[in-house]
Design a protein around this ligand. Sequence first.
Ligand code: ASP
Length: 341
Amino acid sequence: MSSRRTFLQNAVVGSAAVLSGEKIFAGPVKTMEAILNNPIVISTWDFGKAANVGAWEILQKGGRAVDAVEAGVRIPEADGANQSVGYGGLPDRDGRVTLDACIMDEFYNCGSVMCLENIMHPISVARLVMDKTPHVILAGDGAFQFALANGFKKENLLTPESEKAWKEWLKTAKYEPIKNIENQLYDKKKDPMPGGIKNHDTIGMLAIDAAGNFGGACTTSGMAYKIHGRVGDSPVIGAGLYVDNEVGAATATGVGEEVIRIVGAHLIVELMRQGYSPEAACKEGVERIIKRNPAKAKEIQVGFLALNKKGEFGAYCLQKGFTYAVRNNKEEKMYTPKSIY
Ligand code: ASP
């Protein structure tokens, strides 16, 4: 065993003993041996399954979690049929596709871009903000200029399908987040509605690599038909995503304004630090949203997804309909979390 590995083993077993002595953790603490060489990636919604494949390629070769999550979420970002992330995302009310994304590694390093236009992979721009600048967030035209200066290409992200949906929406121009949605092209025959296509989601992805370190990424086109310049929770570190290598990681999807108000992802990580399981922490997160405004909470979707240091995962949501995808050495599987309503 390498000296680094011996050090890690001693460090984790040691700190777990201290914490369990204070009765902070319920249940047995896994040894470092169980944590090492057990990579896992989890991500939001059905499209998380395809995204996990990209992440898993890196994780199974022993790559870093932060590299895996970046590679993973680039898959839905490039998928024009996915109308809530990257290319093909539904535009704002002015017909502009504006993207939000952030990424975080095992050292609390983080990078974020907000309201970025005409760049296919906002997650990779966020990664560069993290790796190459003294800043955490770049927004709007500044983020775009930074992307161009770093070799990204200017591209039109508005697909004919999303343009058509926007034009249809303009007939009523009513801003109304629609709950319980999945990101495939909307099937009008099944559920006819003005605007034709349902209108928000995010890919949030969390991973642990073979060395036991975390990474997380989150990327979205946000709420369809939002006011130009609106930024949701997804690129806000602590709201849409948070990673703490000592404890775990969490991510969010759903109406971002509600997630920002409770600083959702950070809340969930801190609850896990106190001994909550990932599922119990996510449940507490959605309950906070209900507490603030119970009537509103009934009308919207918010889902949280979390992963702890032992590799345990869980999720919870307001409404039925949220799903998440898991990939590890044992399984490649979709889960449907419990919901409040
Ligand atoms: N959280 C995203 C936003 O508010 C949208 C979503 O995940 O549904 O921009």
